[in-house]
Ligand binder design. Structure first.
Ligand code: UD1
Ligand code: UDP
Length: 360
C-alpha cells in the first residue's frame, strides 16, 4: 500500500506529525506532498525541523493567492504528481484549501481518501474552512472523526456509519509527544520577561476577523481594555495575515501588548501552557488550551469545537471589546477541572491501523 500525505499549512504539519511518525516506524511506503500554501520559515520549515519530520518529497510552491487561484494551482500540480506516482490512498488533515484540492484530485482519479479531523462543523458557510470540510468529508472513504460529536455531524449528513472512525484528535498526540521537550528546550518566557500565570496569550488570523477592519479594531480595543483592567502583559504572536492587515488598516498596537512574529511549536506550547488565559480564533489553539488546562475565550461567533464549550474550558465572545472583557472576567474564575475531550494521544496509531486493515 502506497500512502500520499498532502499538507500545506502550519496546523497540518503539526497535526499530521504523529501520523507521519507512525508510517515511518512501521516502514510503510509513503511520500509527502507540500503544496507550499505556507512558505515563510516560521510558518513552515521550523515545524519540520522541530518535529524531526522528513523533507517533503514534492514541494509545489503554490504560495498565497485568492481562493480560486490557490486551489486551482494545487489541483493542477497535485494531479501531475498522482499521474506519475499514484498512491493507493491519500491522507489529508483539517479544512484548508490544500485539503480540498488534494481530496478533489484523488476523488476524480479513483484514489481512496482518508480525512483526518472529519466531521467538524461550525454551520457557518461564510467561513472558507466550512466549505472545505463539508466537501472533503463527502469525498472521503475513511472519515477519522476526533469525537462522537463530529461523528454525529457526519451521520446527520447521511455519511455511511461504516466509513466513520472515532479515533481522537492527533493534536493530543502532538502535545503529548512534544510538551516535555518544549519545557526543557525553550526559554521563551525568559525572552519576553514574563512569568508563569502572569500574562495573557492571544492569536488571531481568521479571514472573517482580521480581513475586516471593524472586527480587527474590536479585537485590538479588547486588548487595550484587558491591559487597563488586569495590568499584565498580553503576548501576541501575530500570523502574517494579521500583521499585514494591522499595517494596512493603520491600527496601532496598544500599551501592554507585545506583538511579535509567530514562534515555533515548542516555544508556542510553552506560551500556551503557562498563560493565565488564552484569547484566540484558531481551531488548534482552542484544542491545545483545553488539553493543557488553560481557560480560553474564542474571538468568533461560533466554533466547530463545541466539546471545549460543553466542558467549561472555552467561551465564545466574538470581537466586540466589551464582550471580550466580560468573557475574560468569567473564564478567569473558571475552575480547571475538565477532562480533555479530544482523545488519549493514540489517534495517529488508530488512523494507521485502520488504513492498513482496509476497513472502509
Ligand atoms: C490558512 C487556512 C486556515 C488555517 C490557517 C492556518 C485556508 C482557506 N485557510 O489560512 O484554515 O487556519 O492557514 O494558519 O486554507 N502568509 C505569509 N507567509 C506564509 C503564509 C501566509 O506571509 O507562509 C501571508 C500571505 O500574505 C497570505 C496570508 O498570509 O496572503 C494568508 O495565507 P493563506 O494560506 O491564504 O491563509 P491563512 O490565513 O494562513
Ligand atoms: N502555533 C505555533 N506558533 C504560533 C501559533 C500557533 O506553533 O505562533 C501552532 C499551535 O500550537 C497549533 C497550530 O499552530 O498547533 C494552530 O495553527 P493556526 O492557529 O495557524 O491554525 P488553525 O488551527 O486555526 O487552523
Amino acid at each position: 500500500m502506497k500512502v500520499s500525505i498532502i499538507l500545506g499549512t502550519r496546523p497540518e504539519i503539526i497535526k499530521m506529525s504523529p501520523v507521519i511518525r507512525q508510517l515511518q516506524s512501521r516502514s510503510l511506503d509513503f511520500y509527502i506532498i507540500h503544496t507550499g500554501q505556507h512558505y515563510s520559515y516560521n510558518m513552515d520549515k521550523i515545524f519540520f525541523d522541530q518535529l524531526h519530520l522528513p523533507n517533503p518529497h514534492y514541494n509545489l510552491d503554490v504560495g498565497s493567492g485568492t481562493h480560486g487561484r490557490q486551489t486551482g494551482l494545487m489541483l493542477e500540480k497535485i494531479e501531475d504528481i498522482f499521474i506519475k506516482n499514484t498512491p493507493d490512498i491519500i491522507l489529508v488533515q483539517g479544512d484548508t484549501n490544500t485539503v480540498l484540492a488534494a481530496a478533489l484530485v484523488a476523488s476524480k482519479m479513483g484514489i481512496k481518501i482518508g480525512h483526518i479531523e472529519a466531521g467538524l462543523r461550525s454551520f457557518d458557510r461564510s467561513m472558507p474552512e466550512e466549505t472545505n470540510r463539508v466537501i472533503t468529508d463527502h469525498l472521503s472513504d475513511y472519515l477519522f472523526a476526533p469525537t462522537e460529536i463530529a461523528k454525529n455531524n457526519l451521520l446527520h449528513e447521511g455519511i455511511d456509519d461504516r466509513s466513520i472512525f472515532v479515533c481522537g484528535n492527533t493534536v493530543v498526540d502532538a502535545v503529548m509527544q512534544n510538551l516535555d521537550i518544549s519545557k526543557k528546550d525553550t526559554q521563551i518566557l525568559e525572552k519576553y520577561g514574563i512569568s508563569k500565570n502572569n500574562y495573557f496569550l492571544i492569536t488571531a488570523h481568521r479571514q472573517e476577523n482580521v480581513d475586516q477592519k471593524s472586527k480587527l479594531i474590536g479585537i485590538i480595543q479588547g486588548l487595550k481594555m484587558l491591559y487597563e483592567e488586569y495590568g499584565i502583559p498580553i503576548l501576541f504572536p501575530a500570523h502574517p495575515r494579521t500583521q499585514k492587515n494591522l499595517h494596512q488598516f493603520g491600527i496601532p498596537i496598544p500599551d501592554g501588548t507585545i506583538m511579535f512574529d509567530p514562534p515555533g511549536y515548542l516555544e508556542f506550547l510553552q506560551l500556551e501552557e503557562n498563560a493565565k488565559l488564552i484569547l484566540t480564533d484558531s481551531g488548534g489553539v482552542q484544542e491545545e488550551s483545553c488539553i493543557l488546562g488553560v481557560p480560553t475565550v474564542t474571538l468568533r461567533e461560533n466554533t466547530e469545537r463545541p466539546e471545549t464549550i460543553h466542558i467549561g474550558a472555552n467561551m465564545i465572545v466574538g470581537t466586540d471589546p466589551n464582550k471580550i472583557i466580560q468573557g475574560v472576567r468569567t473564564m478567569i474564575l473558571q475552575q480547571i477541572k475538565w477532562i480533555n475531550p479530544f482523545g488519549d494521544g493514540n489517534a495517529g496509531k488508530r488512523i494507521v491501523d485502520t488504513i492498513i486493515e482496509g476497513k472502509s
